[in-house]
Design a binder for this molecule. Structure first.
Ligand code: HEM
Length: 428
């Protein structure tokens, strides 16, 4: 019997560029694997689809960082979000039932499919304006000029942040994304400023409600369940935070995957520019038929193939449990590696192939269970509109650098490019 190849190094530069070979190794040889993260914290990585799905829905794996088995004096140094005692941290992704159930029900009343659908024309307008901004130049950095500003302006609009304040948000968000959410320095200042601004905005909306999501949240909490000022600010913050970098990376990773898979890109481009119903934003999971729906299945496949969320946010064992043949101790942190689960050959046919026509695609890119992404309908809509706009308005779009020269952010939870230089025939 031959020994398995040696365990790959995790969290190196090569890993950030292409983690998939390492994930394949882990899935095969150490599917539930204890490792030391760059922050020094020891955590379990779960890489097989079946284990990942089970872990995401397991009530013994809490989202509350208070369950983390770390000496109190180490708290705040781990980089685990929520261990900092910031008021913004009592949000959906850091709490369990029954608080989670109450807050999720409340926000669902305000974050309705109707509100998202009504927002579609605005997303198209924002998208077109951003493309107008660089179309005549013949080149762009699609992260800086497109993928980054689109979601932040969209969420600001949805929340009801006035236009004149949105550039401040853009700056704060830029600081948070560039420095990976670490607790110190500029990031902490940005979070503080954002919190101050949100608390103030919520007060203004209480006094003078509008048609926006924050006013909707306040209205929902006035009719029954209570939402404290802190909870409202934390909710606005998590909507911004969860909906921002994820969507940047959906557009960035998605465009990169299309530009490096010319046949698949041509297929999508043909379906967008020819044929009836082409260019339409498909609604659901791409379970319809015909070319008009290719955009919807394409965005789902891009999420599966190289999704924005590499690992789901933290979970902590509230009691000892068995997972994938391993004993997880009480208080142990667990990271579910969505990017690895979504390439599991035990679940997906030809998992390393990008196939935009893939119809049976139960990927975990938006998570699973009670914390399933609240913003998935908005993300789908933004992703579909953004990619369709790029491919139809800039039909000969191509990478302006060798794929291996591009730099990926070496974050833990998120996977995304730092820059995406492209060139195309100028459109005047
Ligand atoms: C939760 C992915 C966009 C709001 C999640 C989770 C994932 C995810 C994987 C679950 C995390 C976990 O279980 O630990 C994504 C992806 C997006 C995206 C891939 C874009 C492509 C958005 C947008 C919004 C949003 C646009 C809102 C404006 C949320 C919220 C939660 C969440 C509030 C927490 C839900 C809960 O705990 O009940 N998302 N997300 N997301 N997402 Fe998204």
């Amino acid at each position: 019997m031959t020994a398995p190849p040696p365990a790959p190094d995790l969290f190196t530069w090569e890993f950030a560029t292409d983690p998939y070979p390492a994930y394949a190794w882990l899935r095969e040889h150490a599917p539930v694997h204890r490792t030391r993260l760059p922050s020094g914290v020891e955590a379990w990585l779960v890489t097989r689809y079946a284990d990942a799905r089970q872990a995401l829905a397991d009530a013994r794996l809490s989202k509350n960082p208070a369950h983390h088995d770390e000496p109190a004096d180490a708290r705040g140094r781990t980089g685990i979000p929520g261990e900092r005692k910031a008021e913004l941290m009592t949000h959906l992704l850091n709490i369990d039932p029954p608080d989670h159930t109450r807050l999720r029900r409340l926000v669902s009343k305000a974050f309705t499919p109707r509100r998202i659908a009504a927002f579609e024309p605005r997303v198209r307008e924002l998208t077109d304006r951003l493309v107008d901004g660089f179309a005549a130049k013949g080149e762009a950095d699609l992260i800086h000029d497109f993928a980054f500003p689109l979601p932040i302006y969209a969420i600001c609009d949805l929340l009801g942040v006035p236009a004149e304040d949105q550039d401040d948000f853009r700056d704060w968000a830029g600081m948070m994304i560039r420095h990976g959410g670490g607790p110190r320095g500029g990031v902490a200042r940005s979070v503080k400023k954002m919190r101050g601004y949100l608390v103030d905005l919520i007060e203004r909306k209480r006094a003078d409600p509008g048609d926006d999501l924050i006013s909707g949240l306040i209205r929902a909490s006035d009719h029954g369940e209570h939402l404290s000022g802190n909870e409202a600010a934390a909710m606005a913050f998590i909507l911004l935070f969860a909906g921002f970098e994820t969507t940047v990376n959906l557009i960035g990773n998605g465009t990169f995957a299309l530009l490096t898979h010319p046949e698949q890109r041509a297929l999508l481009q043909r379906s967008l520019t020819g044929g009836e119903g082409a260019g339409g934003v498909g609604g659901g999971h791409g379970n319809g038929s015909g070319d008009g729906d290719l955009l919807a299945t394409a965005v789902e496949e891009l999420l599966r193939f190289d999704g924005p969320v590499e690992m789901a946010t933290w979970r902590f064992a509230t009691e000892p449990l068995r997972l994938g043949g391993q004993n997880i101790g009480r208080g142990d942190p667990v990271l579910v590696v969505l990017a690895a689960a979504d390439r599991d050959p035990a679940r997906f046919d030809r998992p390393d192939t990008l196939d935009l026509t893939r119809r049976e695609n139960p990927h975990l890119g938006y998570g699973h269970g009670i914390h399933y992404c609240l913003g998935a309908p908005l993300a789908r809509m933004e992703g579909q509109i953004a990619l369709a706009a790029l491919l139809t308005r800039l039909p000969d779009l191509e990478l302006a650098a060798a794929p291996e020269e591009l730099r990926w952010r070496g974050g833990l939870i998120m996977r995304g490019l730092r820059t995406l230089p492209v060139s195309f025939s100028p459109v005047v």
